[in-house]
Design a protein. Structure first.
Length: 262
């Protein structure tokens, strides 16, 4: 199955936008066309269980992204990942290093074992209890309240609510045998990732993600660490233009792609 996706632009360098676990490809509305206008070929997709992509079989998200690149004839891409999308981007970089030109990780989740702190543990416990009780509306609202930072306005919060509710509707009925397979990525694997990486976190995010950002910056050999003083967990939605500027600055600093890497 090919992931549901949009493409824009005709530039030599391809940029793939990977959404967070409470969102889908709509989260990139503030950057998608603007990156194409800036001279890049841009792809945004819905991973399985999000947006317009159902869960119909056992899968590995990194391989789904690789298959999408194949379907689009893309040899190599810059992977931009938000939260869970950052974890998937790192998985792709480990499993398919020849397809990964660079990584821009925004409040990325950990592809390796991470012990959640008290705030995150309390959230997971509350979310689990609400879903067990069948109160999907309350679980959706809980996610919006945690993951939307102080700069997220009413429109951004409403969009996150819609995207998270859609994810629940797709994922909750999925049989266990169709769930995503673990990637098996290790810290040693991350030490072997040679692609240049931007590791950005938000000062108002759950502390776990700042700690993960610090650890990723230590593990990845060619990483630049950035702390966004204004950001919560979803900077692309909280300040779209500043996030766009962050990404375009990172992309401009990369070496010019070979003509074959289209």
């Amino acid at each position: 199955m090919t992931l549901s996706h949009d493409t824009a632009g005709t530039g030599q360098r391809t940029v793939v936008l990977l959404h967070s676990g409470v969102c889908d490809r709509r989260m990139w509305d503030g950057q998608f066309q603007a990156l194409a206008d800036a001279g890049y070929r841009v792809v945004r997709c819905d991973l399985r269980g999000f947006g317009e992509t159902p869960v119909d079989a056992p899968h590995l998200h990194a391989d789904d992204v690789r298959d999408l690149l194949d379907a689009l004839g893309v040899e190599k891409a810059v992977l931009v990942g938000s939260s869970f999308g950052g974890e998937v981007a790192l998985d792709v970089a480990v499993r398919h290093p020849d397809r990964t030109a660079a990584l821009a990780l925004l409040c990325a989740a950990a592809p390796v074992e991470h012990r959640p702190g008290p705030e995150l543990r309390a959230f997971f416990a509350r979310e689990g209890a609400l879903l067990e009780a069948g109160d999907v509306d309350a679980a959706t609202a809980l996610n919006v309240d945690l993951w939307c930072g102080p700069e997220a306005g009413p429109e951004a919060r409403a969009l996150v609510h819609a995207m998270q509710r859609r994810a629940f509707d797709l994922q909750l009925p999925v049989p266990e045998e169709h769930e995503a397979r673990p990637s098996g990525v290790t810290e040693d694997d991350l030490r072997g990732v040679t692609a240049p990486a931007l590791v950005a976190t938000g000062a108002h995010d759950v502390p776990d993600f700042r700690a993960i950002g610090d650890r990723l910056a230590e593990l990845l050999p060619d990483a630049r660490r950035v702390e966004l003083a204004w950001a919560g967990h979803l900077p692309a939605l909280e300040r779209p233009e500043e996030t766009l500027a962050l990404l375009t600055g990172f992309l401009a600093g990369l070496s010019a792609p070979a003509a074959a890497a289209r």
